[in-house]
Design a protein around this ligand. Structure first.
Ligand code: HAX
Length: 426
């Protein structure tokens, strides 16, 4: 008989706890990182100060989920990736079917959420709408109820998982509702009883299936964005808020607020903007020389070229490679995709000549917008919502594991500038 996710985790957690205890007992004093003045002033870049087992980002390889390079698992469903993130293994066919059913069983969005969303100003950003909806749904939290009843620390992960499954079971429906309400696309579309998570999201947004191409695009998009280790702004924020035992609704809503920043998740709306501006300026697919000129114009204007550079990566992001592969398969004659592809030939050389960015290569956001645009999603400011639906899986898998392992409340030590001056003076 196939196991539920909860049964599977219940079997795994005792071993994970033993391993953690043994490491801390035997090697708790081992130094794994030092911090320079530049790192303290510079966003703690590179400081090793937290644990995340769901995925790692290797500077020269990109995203690796539980030992599997992302390009090797790009054809898996996002539901399978969630299972992989949280348990370390891909689900069997039976486990997947049972898990998908469990998500659908939790798929009802409370009616008050639609009232909240419809009451928001017409000018609200779709990310503000999504984050507000998740926060308003805190009312449903099993974690908060069980905490107030007095559960033991050993039990924390169980209602955290229940909340995680409620969020994943509904976030695509809420996000599709945000799309239809915000952009006046008509009545809300009910979730399907049959479709998988990604295809159902596309359908509820009202995208035409296009012989399944749009469903395939959505699954790929959601699979590629689930997780990017623990230190990025959204994961780290979710982790910190969750570490105070704020329940998963609070923690995920907070993490998504971080994803809404232009240097993080919002970059994907800015990328396509940059591509379309280039096309508009030059009246169609620009030549390589025109792209080069426009890239310099952007840099000389003191702006960043969105979609390029990364805090950790030092190679072309494999997720960009996956999107490019989809584009080459379905959109090879499409002007927007052709421009993205041409920009990829030019911008790294310009950034190298500019000499500032440590990584001149494209990140995940450089190519995804073209695919979304061609799928019929023309509202750029919505793109981060799609990112959020996927990233909720990474944040929640990390959060459930942290509650299972009893990870402590986050509390790094800050120091004052005077203290730094004192250190420098010796
Ligand atoms: N265009 C122009 N300048 C860039 C650049 C780019 N694409 N990428 C980096 N630089 C600049 C930085 O602004 C910085 O300049 P200052 O010294 O004047 O501050 C310098 O190069 C060194 O930066 P870095 O160490 O290479 O990069 P950071 O770790 O500081 O920042 C960013 C990483 C992703 C924020 C950065 O590369 C950037 O702003 N890129 C464009 C925006 C973008 O694509 N963001 C999406 C990232 C992926 C993601 O998280 N998605 O959610």
């Amino acid at each position: 008989m196939a196991k539920t996710l909860k049964e599977k985790l219940a079997g795994l957690i005792p071993k994970l706890r033993e391993e953690r205890t043994a490491i801390l007992k035997g090697h708790g004093d081992k130094v794994i990182s030092e911090v320079s003045v530049a790192q303290a002033f510079g966003g703690m870049r590179g400081v090793k100060g937290m644990i995340c087992d769901t995925s790692v980002v290797e500077p020269d390889k990109g995203l690796i989920i539980r030992g599997k390079p992302i390009l090797d698992i790009q054809d898996k469903l996002p539901e399978e990736i969630f299972w992989l993130l949280i348990t370390g293994d891909l689900p069997s066919a039976d486990e997947l079917a049972l898990f998908q059913k469990e998500l659908k069983d939790r798929g009802e969005v409370p009616k008050y959420i639609w009232k909240v969303l419809k009451a928001m100003p017409k000018t609200s950003h779709p990310m503000a709408m999504l984050d507000t909806a998740i926060l308003a749904m805190e009312n449903e939290s099993a974690f908060r109820k069980r905490y107030n009843e007095g559960m033991t620390k050993q039990e924390y992960w169980e209602p955290a998982l229940e909340d995680a499954m409620k969020i994943i079971g509904t976030i695509h429906t809420i996000a599709a509702g945000v799309y239809r309400i915000k952009y006046k696309k008509g009545d809300l579309i009910e979730p399907s009883k049959k479709l998988d998570w990604g295809a159902d999201y596309a359908k509820m947004m009202g995208l035409p299936p296009r012989k399944g191409q749009n469903y395939e695009m959505m699954r790929l998009y959601l699979t590629l964005h689930t997780d990017h280790e623990g230190g990025n702004v959204s994961a780290n924020t979710c982790h910190t808020v969750g570490s105070a035992l704020s329940d998963p609704f609070y923690a995920v809503s907070a993490g998504l607020n971080g994803l809404a920043g232009p240097l993080h998740g919002l970059a994907n709306q800015e990328c396509l903007n940059w591509i379309l501006q280039t096309m508009e300026k030059f009246g169609g697919v620009p030549t390589e020389k025109q792209i080069e000129d426009y890239a310099w114009e952007t840099l000389n204007g003191g702006k960043v070229i969105p979609g390029y550079g990364h805090a950790v990566l030092r190679v072309t992001d494999p997720r960009f490679v996956a999107f490019n592969g989809f584009g080459k398969k379905y959109l090879s004659n499409n002007p927007v995709f052709m421009t993205v592809d041409r920009v990829f030939n030019i911008v790294p050389k310009v950034l190298q000549a500019h000499g500032k960015a440590k990584n001149p290569w494209p990140n995940v956001d450089a190519g995804s917008g073209a695919l979304l645009y061609e799928a019929g999603i023309k509202e750029f400011e919505y793109y981060t919502v799609l990112f959020s639906v996927s990233r909720s899986m990474g944040m929640l898998s990390q959060l459930v594991l942290n509650r299972a392992l009893g990870t402590a409340i986050t509390r790094p030590k800050s120091v004052s500038t005077d203290w730094i001056k004192g250190q420098i003076a010796g």
